[in-house]
Design a protein. Structure first.
Lengths: 253, 261
């Protein structure tokens, strides 16, 4: 289980997280929703220590991530797959080499590496794309390769950073199916998104991030039934209420 | 004592290095990172040959181009200066000494600061802003072992090799110029070349060029890895890597002259 405890993080004078606490239970997809710039991606980066929190604690399977040395951190990162918002594929390598990178690091032999590459591309339905370069792939395909790269390592957790952003509805639905399928394989998912259709589709639990803190946690049904005005406004996609001056009527006569 | 801005002292320092304590912490962290990265031979060793080819072998044409014209100009210039005052065979001495000790290493270093420093900063900067560096870390690679060490080692090893070729070609072009355009024979040119030659002339130039390679690649890597923003940030990092690389070459040139001459 991943536990985020009272996390704070600032960039210069901008305070992004102001005491975020959240538990990510095993075997489920937990989705963090919230507006752009609310600190969703920062939260994911804190979990694998790509960023350090100003205060608070991240624990993964009971181990405090902040106290890990480089070797322990490498082991932890081996258990956590990370799917980046824009896939972050290594653009000088083809698809197979991108997936191969993490496997080589873990010391698999060539036969095992080939099998894992084939398996993971099978899951994301990209068999036959091994030799393609990232520049030859569409946005959706790049994200699927990103998922393949993560699941090839057979991680315990996968962190998805805005997995459906910028995709057409059909490709976004394919991504959703992949996240559900990955969960069904026993991988715990933590998804950050502001795509509510995707959030309801893949999330077993949703957590609303607002002004640096978790505003509400619940199932999709509970969130839809929420009476919290902030949560409702975000879920329903309503803009901030704009007060318009009523037109001045002149009385005649 | 509070230092207002350590970035003036250490241009590649991160945002945390703006106070004395921050600076010391920063330098300490970077030293630990460097030590750890160097020990991680399994990661950087397989990448070293590729970088030696990219940074070294692929830079030979530009270095030789510069060397050819440097040799021609030096030969003509020394003949112009010596005529009527100094025996003309001293052209060989001046061409040899100057190219081996100064112009060979420095001009090659400057050219490679542009080519190598810019290329490294742009490549790593693009990787940084497109989250490829973060992706490396999530796959349990250390960014310094994988990206910095092979490039810095390759440049340190290959700059002297490229410089050695440039020196040979520069002296040869000076000799060809002397025997074709000046009233000088091969024997006279070689007499001048030999008369003041010391073995130190060669290794002095090569040691300097190794230090230039180290500095240029390090600046490129550190500027690249501290890139922020998008295309504009990559452009700024690339420009500043080249400028810092050239400045480092001039400072190191003066340093080695003070220490070794």
């Amino acid at each position: 289980m991943i536990v985020l405890d009272s996390l704070t993080k600032s960039f210069g004078h901008a305070s992004v997280l102001k005491g975020l606490s959240l538990e990510v239970p095993d075997g489920q997809n937990t989705v963090i929703i919230g507006p752009s710039g609310s600190g969703k991606s920062v939260t994911l980066k804190l979990i694998v220590r790509l960023l350090e929190p100003d205060s608070g604690r991240v624990t993964v399977d009971g181990a405090n991530v902040g106290e890990m040395d480089r070797d322990e951190l490498a082991v932890l990162r081996g258990r956590i797959g990370y799917v980046f918002q824009f896939a972050a594929l290594f653009d000088s390598m083809n698809v197979a080499e991108n997936i191969r990178m993490g496997l080589v690091r873990r010391g698999y032999d060539e036969q095992a590496i080939r099998e894992r590459i084939e398996e993971s591309l099978e899951v994301v339905e990209l068999r036959g794309s091994e030799q393609k370069m990232p520049a030859e792939l569409s946005g959706g395909m790049r994200k699927r390769v990103g998922i393949a790269r993560a699941i090839a390592l057979k991680p315990r957790y996968i962190l998805y950073d805005e997995p459906t952003t910028g995709l057409d509805p059909v490709t976004a639905a394919v991504m959703d199916q992949l996240m559900v399928r990955t969960r069904d394989l026993g991988v715990t998912g933590l998804v950050v998104t502001h795509d509510m259709r995707s959030a309801f589709s893949v999330g077993d639990r949703l957590a609303m991030l607002h002004e640096g803190m978790i505003r509400q946690v619940g199932t999709a049904r509970e969130m839809q039934a929420s009476h919290d005005s902030i949560v409702r406004q975000f879920i329903e996609g309503r803009p901030e209420r704009v007060t318009l001056e009523p037109p001045v009527r002149r009385s005649v006569g | 004592m509070t230092f207002r801005n350590f970035r003036l002292v250490l241009p590649f320092a991160g945002p945390g290095a703006t106070t004395r304590d921050g600076f010391i912490t920063h330098v300490g962290r970077r030293s630990l990172d460097a030590g750890r990265a160097l020990r991680d031979v399994r990661t950087w060793a397989p990448l070293l040959a590729v970088q030696m080819r990219r940074l070294g072998v692929d830079s030979v044409p530009i270095a030789l181009f510069i060397a050819v014209f440097t040799g021609i100009v030096l030969s003509l210039l020394s003949s112009y200066i010596f005529t009527g005052a100094v025996p003309l065979y001293f052209v060989g001495a001046l061409v040899g000494k100057t190219i081996m000790m100064e112009l060979g290493p420095v001009l090659t270093g400057m050219a490679l600061a542009g080519r190598v420093g810019a290329s490294i900063a742009a490549e790593l900067g693009t990787m940084k802003v497109s989250e490829q560096v973060d992706a490396l870390e999530t796959l349990a690679y250390d960014r310094y072992s994988y990206l910095v060490v092979p490039r810095v080692l390759a440049a340190t090893l290959m700059f002297p090799v490229v410089t050695a070729f440039a020196v040979a070609v520069g002296v040869a072009s000076g000799w060809i110029t002397a025997i074709n355009l000046l009233d000088l024979s091969t024997t006279e040119f070689l007499k001048g070349l030999r008369q003041f030659y010391q073995f130190k002339d060669v290794w002095f130039g090569l040691v300097k060029s190794a230090s230039f390679g180290f500095a240029v690649a390090l600046m490129g890597c550190l500027r690249g890895l501290t890139t922020q923003g998008g295309a504009q940030g990559v452009g700024q990092s690339t420009t500043s890597a080249v400028v810092l690389g050239c400045e480092a070459i001039l400072v190191l040139d003066a340093f080695w002259a003070l220490v070794l001459l």
